[in-house]
Design a protein around this ligand. Structure first.
Ligand code: UPG
Ligand code: MN
Length: 360
């Protein structure tokens, strides 16, 4: 039975974080949540992206951006961009809902977690860096204008010890660590990806129970490169063994199968808009470095070198030429059978060029 007065809520202040929110929303839908899905956005989110969000979320709510502007404390955290996360506090203004679960846009669910609505405000899981603090990437709360105003007043009086919302919320709900064990969510509801390497044996023992994965810190999944052919993350120095790759692969698989079609579809159907799209930072595939053979039984049994040449040629095709070729029967057959040349003609770069053309 759908429950219409309770919702999962997330936040995005720009189109880049939207990639995360879309994957999160889709993961909640894939696990048949009975609650509403709400995404709070700020004015910088483009109207095209708002349209895409509306495909997955029940409500796209514009809120005013709030910023801690606390550069000194944020510098301590080495994350100057996180002042904007004060905007998260706006979730308390969603008073048409009686209870909500807030989730960061860099989280995904691995199963249905509707049971969280049995908990009260403020329930959250321990932060892996300082377990007497809760992590503010997943928490149960009760919308209330009064609480919202008290939070703003508190922020005004005391600021935030880490410059972001997490410091503020921990000071405000300051008895979380000791008052009520029911408000301590098990860590599996907010598995910080960093714990995978800081306590590897525990991950081996309990990791399979995880319900929510949180890609805390940097890099975020959407900043990485993914090779859909080999279903693997293209590792670079920003990873340095710190992220658990299989969860990143899962994120990317949801992105490719459930989100990318919405993004490309909307770009095509709203071709007349002059707004700039924001797929720029997502690199779906490696281009010509390390080419691997195109996965297609019809393709001749080429050497890697020949494949490299083909990939090179394909990536150099003009859009018109690429479209022309798309119409040929063989390619259509390959496409329909799922043998898609992700390394060449249908590399993300080429798809992106096509989107650019539609958006001009
Ligand atoms: O430019 C931004 C930055 C953040 N967000 C939103 O705010 C959330 C928090 O930012 P994130 O980059 O996910 O922070 P974390 O790496 O998770 O860092 C920690 O510190 C943050 C600041 O206190 C808390 O908000 C997080 O919950 C906590 O996990 C994101 O998921 C988004 O929902 C935006 O929409 N735009
Ligand atoms: Mn986060």
């Amino acid at each position: 039975m759908p429950v219409t007065d309770q919702a999962f809520v997330t936040l995005v202040t720009n189109d880049i974080y939207c990639q995360g929110a879309l994957v999160l929303g889709k993961s909640l839908r894939n696990h048949s949540t009975s609650r509403k899905l709400v995404v709070m956005i700020t004015s910088h989110v483009t109207s095209r992206m708002r349209g895409v969000l509306a495909h997955i979320f029940d409500e796209v709510v514009e809120v005013d951006a709030l910023n801690s502007a606390d550069s000194v404390r944020l510098a301590l955290l080495r994350r100057p961009e996180l002042g904007i996360t004060f905007t998260k506090l706006q979730c308390w203004t969603l008073t048409r809902y009686t209870k909500c679960v807030y989730m960061d846009a860099d989280t995904i669910v691995l199963c249905n977690i509707d049971e969280l609505f049995d908990r009260d405000e403020l329930s959250a899981a321990p932060d892996s860096g300082w377990p007497d603090c809760f992590n503010s990437g997943v928490f149960v709360f009760k919308p209330s204008v009064e609480t919202f105003n008290r939070l703003l007043q508190f922020a005004d009086n005391h600021g935030s010890f880490d410059g972001g919302d997490q410091g503020l919320l921990n000071s405000f709900f300051n008895n979380w660590a000791v008052s009520d064990i029911h408000k301590h969510l098990p860590f599996i509801y907010n598995l910080s990806i960093s714990s995978v390497y800081t306590y590897r044996p525990a991950f081996k023992q309990f990791g399979s129970d995880a319900k929510v994965v949180h890609f805390i810190g940097t890099p975020k999944p959407w900043n990485l490169k993914y090779n859909p052919q080999t279903k693997s993350i293209v590792e670079d120095e920003s990873l340095s063994g710190q992220q658990h790759l299989s969860f990143l692969v899962l994120w990317w698989e949801i992105y490719i199968s459930d989100v990318l079609p919405f993004l490309t579809e909307t770009a095509v159907s709203e071709g007349s808009t002059s707004e700039q799209h924001n797929f720029g930072r997502i690199e779906l595939v490696m281009k010509n470095e390390n080419p691997s053979p195109v996965c297609s039984p019809e393709a001749p049994n080429d050497t890697a070198e020949k494949t490299a040449q083909l990939a090179q040629t394909a990536s150099e095709l003009s859009i018109q030429e690429a479209e022309e070729k798309l119409r040929t029967e063989e390619e259509r057959r390959n496409w329909e059978q799922g043998h898609i040349d992700y390394m060449g003609k249908y590399s993300f770069d080429n798809i992106q060029k096509k989107l650019d053309r539609f958006l001009q």
